[in-house]
Design a protein around this ligand. Structure first.
Ligand SMILES: Nc1ncnc2c1ncn2[C@@H]1O[C@H](COP(=O)(O)OP(=O)(O)OP(=O)(O)O)[C@@H](O)[C@H]1O
Ligand SMILES: [Mg+2]
Length: 231
């Protein structure tokens, strides 16, 4: 299939994207990638290679330079690398509900959506818990519940398991994969933890400002491992 056909079937499409910080530091140079609609993909790359920057550009949280564009189809949900930058309300339930009232949902609808979203990330029992009393991993799951409650079409997650132990990490990746499948969403999940690649439909490897490889997660995992420094 040609790249134009790929783009038509994709929920996320980036073509020859360039981005540099005001201090002149170039992060993305002619970066191109697509994520097929309805699939769960991962974004891989070494520290500082630009994964968070790319995700923030996709979400519109960072302005695109003049003349640059990206295509993301539908409502976007974003899960920050650091959940303390995301959670704004005093309790778990209020945070997951944030924004739903403004969208015109009734009290009952908001309540149902919040309860459903928290159940999906296994936090239903913490609905009344203050945010400050949560662990880092629980905060990451609250942030994911917030995005799910909004019923977004495209979910962008920046290292959402960074603060979880290995059991919690694999449990969450399985849950998010299932939610994405069941709801027909598309997701792009940034990770450093290569065992997570076992659960995705495809992966993109970012290196030197470009997506240097894209496709089968097992192949990308092997490539990334072979390039890693031993120390
Ligand atoms: N606000 C900023 N101003 C200038 N440079 C920045 C800014 N934010 C990030 N950078 C730099 O841009 C580059 C890409 O950063 P980014 O956070 O996107 O990388 P990353 O791949 O997400 O890294 P990590 O794996 O550590 O999360 C890095 O060199 C970083 O130091
Ligand atoms: Mg990052």
């Amino acid at each position: 299939m040609g790249s134009e056909a790929n783009e038509a079937n994709s929920a996320i499409a980036v073509r020859d994207l360039n981005f540099q910080w005001p201090n002149g530091k170039a992060v993305l140079s002619d970066c191109s990638l697509e994520v097929p609609r309805g699939e769960f993909w991962m974004l891989l790359g070494t520290n500082g290679c630009g994964k968070s920057t790319l995700l923030r550009l996709l979400a519109g949280l960072l302005s695109l330079p003049e003349g640059e564009s990206v295509r993301v189809s539908g409502r976007v949900g974003f899960v920050f690398q650091n959940p303390d930058h995301q959670l704004v309300m005093p309790t778990v339930g209020a945070d997951v509900a944030f924004g739903l009232v403004d969208r015109g949902f009734s009290y009952r609808e908001v309540r149902d959506r919040v309860e459903d979203a928290l159940a999906l990330v296994n936090l239903a029992h913490l609905i009344e818990r203050p945010i400050y009393a949560l662990s880092g991993g629980q905060k990451q799951r609250v942030a994911i519940a917030g995005a799910i409650a909004q019923e977004c079409d495209v979910l962008l997650l920046d290292e959402p398991t960074a603060l979880l132990d290995p059991d919690g990490q694999i449990d969450l990746v399985r849950r998010v994969r299932d939610i994405v499948r069941d709801r027909g969403m598309t997701a792009l999940w940034v990770t450093h933890r290569l065992d997570e690649l076992n659960f995705c439909d495809g992966a993109v490897l970012l290196e030197g400002g470009r997506a240097v490889d894209r496709g089968d997660p097992a192949r990308l995992k092997a490539r990334f491992l072979s390039q890693r420094q031993p120390f």
